[in-house]
Design a protein around this ligand. Structure first.
Ligand code: SAM
Length: 214
């Protein structure tokens, strides 16, 4: 994972540290994962640019800052088990795999899931499991999860996801209209759920039973 390290160092300094990402484990993970391996060939030169980029199936690989912001908000411990909804290119799951014990990631497009699996194999990232299906139902077989990252925007936090969160668990998800959302952090505590607004974001829609219709 040594290729294009200087571009990643610059990305970490200019896009992440300068904007307030402080968690050193998150910064190290962002430095370690070669984002250029997850973008389409035609975007190779832009792989470390400060932006989301198109991937297959009219989806996007998230902006590096957004991936780091969501990972930091989850306050991951090395023993944590994480569910991601919206594998996309697999980039964010690869970052999460550096921060947690196991990552379970769900994608509704078979083509994207298959490409992500190939990337994980090439990079020998062995603690990531990929499933194909509607992630708004979660992945009950491996629940409960210490953390969840939902990488597509829905009208509300799906009840099934909240129910598969362990006590003390954290979930981040963009919630709002199709055009613009707020990144919400939900913490499941013994005395109830706590909700925090982490600011305005723009994500592709979460399509599914507890998301938007196509
Ligand atoms: N985390 C990704 C990455 O690093 O490349 C970016 C994810 S992209 C912004 C959102 C993804 O969510 C898309 O690939 C989309 O197909 C997927 N998606 C949308 N609705 C979904 C659902 N109900 N279940 C699973 N995946 C879904």
């Amino acid at each position: 994972m040594n290729e294009r390290q200087s571009e990643r160092s610059e990305m970490v300094a200019a896009q992440l540290r300068s904007r307030g990402i402080r968690n050193e484990r998150v910064l190290a993970a962002m430095h370690a994962i070669p984002r250029h391996r997850f973008v389409l060939n035609e975007y190779d030169e832009a792989a470390y640019a400060d932006q989301a980029l198109p991937i297959s199936c009219t989806q996007t690989i998230s902006q590096p800052f957004v991936v780091a912001r969501m990972a930091e908000a989850l306050r991951l411990q090395p023993s944590d088990r994480v569910l991601e909804v919206g594998t996309g290119s697999g980039y964010a799951a690869a970052v999460l795999s550096q921060l947690a014990a196991a990552v379970y990631t769900l994608e509704r497009h078979h083509e994207l899931a298959a490409a992500a699996v190939a990337h994980f194999e090439q990079l020998a990232l062995r603690n990531i499991s990929v499933g194909v299906g509607d992630g708004t139902a979660g992945w009950p077989a491996y629940a409960p999860y210490d953390a969840m990252s939902v990488a597509a925007a829905g009208p509300q936090i799906p009840a099934a996801l909240r129910d598969q969160l362990a006590l003390g668990g954290r979930l981040v998800m963009p919630v709002g209209e199709r055009s613009e959302q707020h990144l919400l952090l939900l913490e499941r505590l013994s005395n109830g759920d706590q909700l925090y607004d982490l600011g305005t974001v723009r994500f592709v829609p979460l399509i599914g039973t507890a998301g938007w219709k196509d």
